[in-house]
Design a protein around this ligand. Structure first.
Ligand code: ADP
Length: 174
């Protein structure tokens, strides 16, 4: 039987416990998950792609069947190249819904009209309630302002955030 491969795309700037929760759920459905860091110019990330990939790889070291890599260009083309026919996204609240709905239908349209008529379904998973208010943006803000992020990201990522903000403060104030 064909291996069921799914792509979990996102910015992961940085990876949070919410992302890890979705990943654990997705692993119950799919044989292999590729966490795909989007190399987009649209958002100004705090961490470089290499840093984000390293964090994902470290945090998923004990999870079999998880890979991490970056991608650019159309997600549906990347999914086809990886022989994946599903995309994983997380739904935290109603506020996520509209954007996600548009994106899923656009990806379906693009896949259907691509040269290869690829078939890609987007699968939405809901995290544990305790992560529904969690986002990478909020974690960055909490750490930047000196708050405790231990319940939101793995310890080594919290330390990386603290280090990043220390060095950027140094740059601003020196
Ligand atoms: P993007 O810039 O594509 O939204 P993110 O890294 O912010 O990238 O999110 C990637 C995916 O993970 C999205 O589907 C997002 O909804 C989901 N996600 C992010 N944080 C959480 C969370 N706390 N719980 C569940 N899903 C989440």
């Amino acid at each position: 039987m064909n291996e069921k491969i799914a792509i979990y795309p996102g910015s992961f700037d940085p990876l949070t416990n919410g992302h890890l929760d979705i990943l654990a759920r997705a692993l119950k459905i799919f044989d292999k998950i590729i966490v795909a860091v989007a190399a987009t110019e649209l958002k100004k990330p705090l961490f470089s792609i290499a840093e984000r990939l390293k964090m994902i790889k470290t945090a998923t070291l004990n999870l079999k069947n998880v890979e991490a890599e970056s991608f650019s260009g159309l997600l549906v083309d990347y999914a086809l190249q990886k022989k994946a026919n599903a995309l994983i996204r997380g739904l935290r609240a109603v506020s996520d819904f509209e954007y996600e709905f548009q994106m899923a239908l656009m990806n379906r349209h693009l896949a259907k009209h691509s040269k290869n008529q690829n078939h890609v379904e987007t699968v939405y998973l809901m995290p544990d309630e305790k992560y529904t208010y969690l986002s990478s943006t909020l974690v960055k803000e909490v750490v930047r302002l000196g708050g405790d992020a231990k319940n939101f990201v793995p310890k080594f990522i919290e330390l990386a955030l603290i280090k990043k903000f220390k060095s950027s403060h140094a740059k601003i104030y020196l």
